[in-house]
Design a binder for this molecule. Structure first.
Ligand code: PEP
Ligand code: MG
Length: 755
C-alpha cells in the first residue's frame, strides 16, 4: 500500500496486540486511532459510533481536538460522516470541502483537512459506526488504502458489538448495536408470542479476524471454496435435492455465484489485506448485506440473498459449525428467526417450546404460514434483515395481528404486551366457553363452522373448537413436508387417523393440490412461465392418473364403513370433473372386486377456484354432490393478482362487488340445485367477511382453527336478515364506489356484532 507504514497486515497485527491488552475501552480506542493514523500516514483518524438515538458520537480521535471526544454528536443526515453511515458505503474525497454534504464542527478543528476517507463500521450489514481518516494535503486514497481501512473497521465492529463501549456512554445514548427495534412486517399467523430469538440458521460467529499467516489463510479460503463448489455440484447431480429440500433454481444460482470471479476476488483481496479466511468472508458478506438492504430491485435483492446464503455456507465450511440450532436445547419460549423456512423444518422443532416465527420472506398463504397457523404460533413475515439484526437469545415480541416485531423491547413495551397476552388468554377462555354452543345466528340461521386442516397437529383442534367437522383437509401438506412421495400405506394411515379423530363429524378430503406455489421438493417440476396457471392440481392428477388413483384408493379404503367426502381442486371444466369422478368409480369397482370394505356412501365434490366454473355452475351442479369455494384462488384469478406476491396479494378487496357477486352466484346456484355449498378459503376466517358470506346465503364455512371462536362469537350476535338488507343493495350499486367493507363494519358495530 502506497504511503503506508508497513501496510495493513502490520497494522492488523498491532491492532491484535492492542485488543489483547488489559486496558480500558477508551484507552484501547485511543491507541487504535493513533495506530491507524500512523499506519495510513494520515493526520487524523477518528471513530464515530452510532447511538441508540440514531446520531453519531465521536468516540476517539487522533488529530482532531481531543476535547471534542464524546462531545461532538452528528445526525446521520449531517455531513460526510452521516453520509457514510446512511449509505453504508465508503467515501473517498481529495477535496472534501467541495462535496455538497460537507459540513464541519468548529469544536473539532477539522476545517484545515482537505482529503477525507470514511468507511462504515459494519456488522451483518448493519452500520455500527464510521471510521474516518483525513489528510491536510489534497490526496487521492488508493483502492488498497480504502480496502485496508475497511478491514480495520472490522476489528472495531467486533469491539462495538461486544458491548465493551457501552460503559463509556451516557444513559440513553448507548451504542445502537443492541438497541431496541420496532420492526414492521406482514402478519402471517394471528397470535402474540413473547420469548427469545433462536436463529434457524445461525450466522457463524467469526471471532478471529486477524491472520497470522496470510498464505495459510489464502489456502484455507481456496480449499473451502473448492469444497463448497463440490457440495453444490453434488447436490445438483444426485438426488440430494430431495433431502436438502432445496429448489433446483436456487442451487443453480448458488453454483453460478460459487464460480463468480468478482466475489472470489473480493474475498482474496480481503485475505491479502491481513484477515483470516473467515474474516474475509464475513467482510464481503457484510458489504453484500448492506447493499441488499438498500437494493429496491427485487431481482438484485434475490441475488444478494443468494450470495449471503452462500457466504454462510462458506463460513460453515471454514469453521465447521452445525447448520442449525440445537433442537434439543431450545429455550422454553423460542422465537424462530429465519430468512424463510420450509413447513417440514418448522415441524421439526419441539412445538411446545415455539412461541413465534419471524421471517424475512413468507407470504400470507405460503405453506410455512399454514403450518404456523396450525401450530397456533405468532408469525410475522417480510421483516427486512431480521436475521442480521437479531442475535440468539435476544428478547423478542411477535405480534402476528399487527404484523410487528419488537426486538430487545424496552420494559414498558414488554409489560404492555404481557398484559395483552393475559387479555387474549381471557378472550380465548370466552371462546372456549362457546365451544358447545350451536352456531346459530340471532335470527335462527344455522351456519356450520368446519375446520381447515391438513396435518396431524390439526386434529386436536376439532375437539378444542367444537367445530362441525373438517371442511377442507389439504392432503398435499403430508406430501409437502415429506422428503419423498408418501407411500399408499402412509397415506392410508393419515386418512384413517383423521377420520378417527373426527368421529361422527364429516371430513372433506381434497385430493392432491400440488404445482403452482405448492412445490414438492422431491418431484422434478417442469419449468413454467406461469406456474399458478400451469400444470397443477387436478390437471396434474388427470395427466398422471397413477398418483391420483393411488390417493383415491387410499381415501376409499380409509373410509370403509363410513361416509367419505372428497373433492377435486382447480376444476376449470366439467369434463375434468367427469374424468376425475370416473377414477373414483373405477377404484370403487377395483376395491369391491378385491373384497375390500367400502365406504357407506361416497360424496364427490368440486372446488370452485377457477372463474370459468362460475359460468358452468348449473352443469357442474348436476354432476357434483357439493361445491366448495376456494376463495384464495378464486380471488387470485378473478383479480389476476398473485396470492403469494406481497405487492399485489392484498391489492383488491374481496369485500367488493366483483368478488361478492361471484360468491353469490355459487350460493344461489347451489340453492337452486339443492346441493350443499361451502366456502373454505382464508376469507371465511375473518368475522366481517364471514358475516358477508352468511348474508350472501352461505350456510357452511370452513376456517382455520383459531378463527372458529371469533367467527362464532360474531355469528351468534348476527341478524342475517338485517345483514342481507345492508349488503344486497350495495351489490346492486352501479356507481362503482360502494364501500362495502365500511358499510358492513358500521352495521356490525351498531348492531353489537363483535369483530
Ligand atoms: C383456496 O384456494 O381458497 C383454497 C382453500 O385452497 P388452497 O388455499 O389450499 O389453495
Ligand atoms: Mg386453492
Amino acid at each position: 500500500m502506497r504511503g503506508a507504514l508497513g501496510g495493513p497486515r502490520v497494522l492488523l497485527r498491532r491492532l491484535r496486540e492492542v485488543m489483547a491488552e488489559q486496558i480500558s475501552a477508551q484507552d484501547r480506542l485511543d491507541k487504535i486511532v493513533v495506530l491507524i493514523a500512523a499506519n495510513m500516514v494520515a493526520e487524523v483518524c477518528s471513530v464515530y459510533v452510532l447511538r441508540v438515538d440514531q446520531t453519531l458520537e465521536l468516540y476517539a480521535t487522533e488529530g482532531l481536538n481531543r476535547d471534542a471526544v464524546h462531545q461532538t454528536v452528528l445526525s446521520v443526515d449531517e455531513g460526510l460522516v452521516g453520509h457514510v453511515a446512511r449509505e453504508a458505503e465508503s467515501l473517498a474525497l481529495s477535496d472534501a470541502q467541495a462535496h455538497p454534504e460537507f459540513s464541519y464542527r468548529p469544536e473539532t478543528g477539522e476545517e484545515i483537512y482537505n482529503s477525507f476517507l470514511g468507511v462504515p463500521i459494519l456488522r451483518a450489514g448493519n452500520t455500527l459506526g464510521v471510521l474516518v481518516v483525513q489528510n491536510r494535503a489534497r490526496r487521492t486514497y488508493t483502492e488498497e488504502e480504502i480496502e485496508a481501512l475497511q478491514t480495520t473497521a472490522m476489528v472495531l465492529a467486533e469491539m462495538i458489538a461486544s458491548g465493551e463501549l457501552t460503559a463509556l456512554a451516557r444513559p440513553g445514548a448507548e451504542p445502537a448495536v443492541r438497541r431496541p427495534l420496532h420492526l414492521k412486517g406482514v402478519g402471517l399467523a394471528d397470535a402474540l408470542g413473547l420469548g427469545h430469538a433462536v436463529l434457524h440458521e445461525p450466522r457463524v460467529k467469526v471471532t478471529n479476524v486477524i491472520a497470522d499467516d496470510v498464505q495459510r489463510e489464502t489456502h484455507r479460503l481456496d480449499a473451502a471454496i473448492g469444497k463448497l463448489r463440490h457440495a453444490i455440484d453434488k447436490m445438483l447431480e444426485d438426488d440430494g435435492l430431495a433431502k436438502s429440500g432445496e429448489h433446483r433454481d436456487i442451487l443453480e444460482a448458488y453454483r453460478m455465484f460459487a464460480h463468480d470471479r468478482g466475489w472470489m476476488h473480493k474475498m482474496r483481496e480481503a485475505v491479502l489485506s491481513g484477515l483470516t479466511a473467515e474474516g474475509a468472508v464475513e467482510r464481503v458478506q457484510s458489504d453484500t448485506r448492506a447493499r441488499m438492504m438498500r437494493a429496491s430491485d427485487p431481482y438484485l435483492r434475490e441475488r444478494l440473498h443468494d450470495l449471503d446464503d452462500l457466504a454462510n455456507r462458506l463460513l460453515r465450511e471454514l469453521l465447521g459449525h452445525a447448520p442449525g440450532p440445537d433442537r434439543d436445547s431450545l429455550p422454553e419460549n423460542a422465537i424462530l428467526v429465519a430468512r424463510n423456512m420450509s413447513p417440514a423444518a418448522l415441524l421439526d422443532y419441539d412445538r411446545t417450546r415455539i412461541r413465534g416465527l419471524v421471517l424475512e420472506e413468507g407470504g400470507t398463504t405460503s405453506h410455512v404460514t399454514i403450518v404456523a397457523r396450525a401450530l397456533g404460533i405468532a408469525a410475522v413475515g417480510q421483516v427486512d434483515n431480521i436475521t442480521g439484526l437479531a442475535d440468539s437469545g435476544d428478547p423478542m415480541i411477535v405480534d402476528g395481528q399487527a404484523g410487528e416485531v419488537h426486538l430487545r423491547p424496552p420494559g414498558d413495551v414488554e409489560e404492555a404486551y404481557a398484559e395483552k397476552v393475559r387479555f387474549r388468554a381471557r378472550r380465548q377462555a370466552q371462546y372456549a366457553a362457546l365451544r358447545t354452543r350451536p352456531s346459530v345466528t340471532k335470527d335462527g340461521v344455522h351456519i356450520a363452522l368446519h375446520l381447515n386442516a391438513g396435518l396431524v397437529v390439526d386434529l386436536p383442534h376439532i375437539a378444542e373448537t367444537g367445530a362441525a367437522g373438517i371442511g377442507l383437509f389439504r392432503t398435499e401438506l403430508q406430501f409437502m413436508i415429506a422428503s419423498a412421495f408418501p407411500r399408499i400405506s402412509e397415506q392410508l394411515k393419515l386418512y384413517r387417523a383423521v377420520l378417527d379423530a373426527a368421529g361422527e363429524r364429516p371430513v372433506t378430503f381434497r385430493t392432491l393440490d400440488i404445482g403452482g406455489d405448492k412445490v414438492l421438493p422431491y418431484m422434478r417440476t417442469v419449468e413454467e412461465e406461469n406456474p399458478a396457471l400451469g400444470w397443477r392440481a387436478i390437471r396434474l392428477g388427470l395427466d398422471r392418473p397413477g398418483l391420483l388413483r393411488s390417493q383415491v384408493r387410499a381415501l376409499l379404503r380409509a373410509g370403509a364403513g363410513r361416509d367419505l367426502r372428497l373433492m377435486f381442486p382447480m376444476v376449470a371444466a366439467v369434463e375434468e370433473f367427469d374424468s376425475a369422478r370416473a377414477i373414483v368409480e373405477r377404484e370403487l369397482t377395483h376395491l369391491r372386486k378385491h373384497g375390500h370394505g367400502l365406504p357407506e356412501r361416497v360424496f364427490v365434490g368440486a372446488m370452485v377456484e377457477v372463474p370459468s366454473l362460475l359460468f358452468q355452475l348449473d352443469e357442474i351442479l348436476t354432476r357434483a354432490d357439493f361445491l366448495s369455494v376456494g376463495s384464495n384462488d378464486l380471488v387470485q384469478f378473478l383479480f389476476a393478482a398473485d396470492r403469494s406476491n406481497v405487492r399485489v396479494a392484498d391489492r383488491f378487496d374481496p369485500l367488493s362487488p366483483p368478488a361478492l357477486r361471484a360468491f353469490r352466484m355459487v350460493a344461489e346456484a347451489g340453492a337452486r340445485a339443492g346441493k350443499p355449498i361451502t366456502l373454505c378459503g382464508e376469507l371465511a376466517s375473518r368475522p366481517l367477511e364471514a358475516i358477508a358470506l352468511a348474508a350472501l346465503g352461505y350456510r357452511s364455512l370452513s376456517l382455520s382453527p383459531a378463527a372458529v371462536g371469533p367467527v362464532k362469537a360474531a355469528l351468534l350476535e348476527l341478524d342475517v336478515g338485517a345483514a342481507r338488507k345492508v349488503l344486497l343493495p350495495l351489490l346492486e350499486d352501479r356507481t362503482g364506489i360502494a364501500h362495502i367493507r365500511d358499510a358492513l363494519r358500521t352495521f356490525a358495530e351498531t348492531t353489537g356484532v363483535p369483530l
